[in-house]
Design a protein around this ligand. Sequence first.
Ligand code: ADP
Ligand code: MG
Length: 431
Amino acid sequence: MLAEKLLLNVLIILLPIFIHSVLFDNKSVGKSPYLCGVLQSIAVFLSLMFSFEEGGLYWDLRYVPMVLAFLYGGPIAGVMVLVSYLATRTFMGGDLLLGYASGFLAALIPFLFIKKFWTFDAKKRIRTTVLVGLWPSLSMLLILVANIFINNATAEDTNQIMLNVAIFGTIQVFAVWVAAILNESLIEKDLMRKEILRAEKLNTLGELAASIAHEIRNPLTVVKGFLQMMHKQEKGDNYYYLSLVLTELGRAESIINDYLNFAKPQFEKLEGAELAEIITEVTLLLEAFAAKEGVQVNVQLEWGIYVKTDRNQLKQALVNIIKNGIEATDEGGEVNISQVSAGNESYIVISDTGKGMDSAQIARLGTIFYTTKNKGTGLGTSVSIKIIEAMGGSISYKSEIGVGTEVTIILPTYKQKPSDYTEQTQMNNAI
Ligand code: ADP
Ligand code: MG
């Protein structure tokens, strides 16, 4: 009987959450603490009305709405529920003093947690709600134990009461747990909706910026062409100035190209490209840069593996990633590039012994304009990720501060030369 009544109470506890998600989700009133207070007050009222009486004791989940209102709705909602509880309790009569005292006690603990609660993440919030929700069961247990001693209850009665406490505790924890999970999923849904709106806005902005970048690139090319002609003819002071202007123009052009590439990678000519060959070309390209930085680049290749791509795009993606590795590494460090195939996938692993990143930094990778460098653009990684994803591949980062970073790129293999052709090469660009 007790379990049955308490299950009804569980439904009552979950009622406000369902009403909220069906009627008030996505409405501005949905956030109001007053709405939360009203809905939880209804729950507390119903819970008291459908309380189960046995041996002069009332079994129900009356304190759960209070805990939920304080934690998820804030102090206003909590106090509203407390007042509703006190009013209903007065209306019901009985031992009012004990009723009031236990009401205030049950409100105290969640009230003390209000401030800290929202500094926790979702999992910890659920755990805290369950723990705070346990508090009423504990006070119930204390009252019962006191009762048993005062009334000198028989062994049989004591057993029955203990069984009831066990049932009560289990159902209460279950109800609070489910309610907290449902609340969290509502919060997450709301965050997701906001994130989608933000992403849509950014997307429109991105498209706008891309069209402007495109328009700027054309006159820039013309200006650069003429300046180059002047540069060739100039001999005096202006020669030096023009050189500077041209380098800066080149930089502006490469930023615009990177940005346009990010907005939409252009795959001009798709062809079967040999990975080992592309990587060799890229490392040759970066050789001088690595030498300047004092970083050794080691390469290990498996020849005969082809991917279908625009060679220049894949080269661009690899240059960005390897360059980041070299830039992150101090003089005397290493960048290792290895490429192997397994099944119908090709792996390129680029690891460095550089400064590494923490998990927050890794999470920001791929966010356009995120950079920690003075002269950085924050475009390289975003462009590389876009290109690799457009090829149907994937890229993942593993990193540890002070130890280094390992970037794994997985690409679908387009074709593979027969195995007798395949050979392993090891090339050490000891610089
Ligand atoms: P940029 O190189 O212009 O700063 P990127 O998009 O290439 O822009 O990189 C963004 C940021 O990610 C870098 O500023 C750097 O902080 C971090 N990063 C990328 N690759 C690595 C790496 N291999 N090791 C350490 N940090 C890295
Ligand atoms: Mg970079």
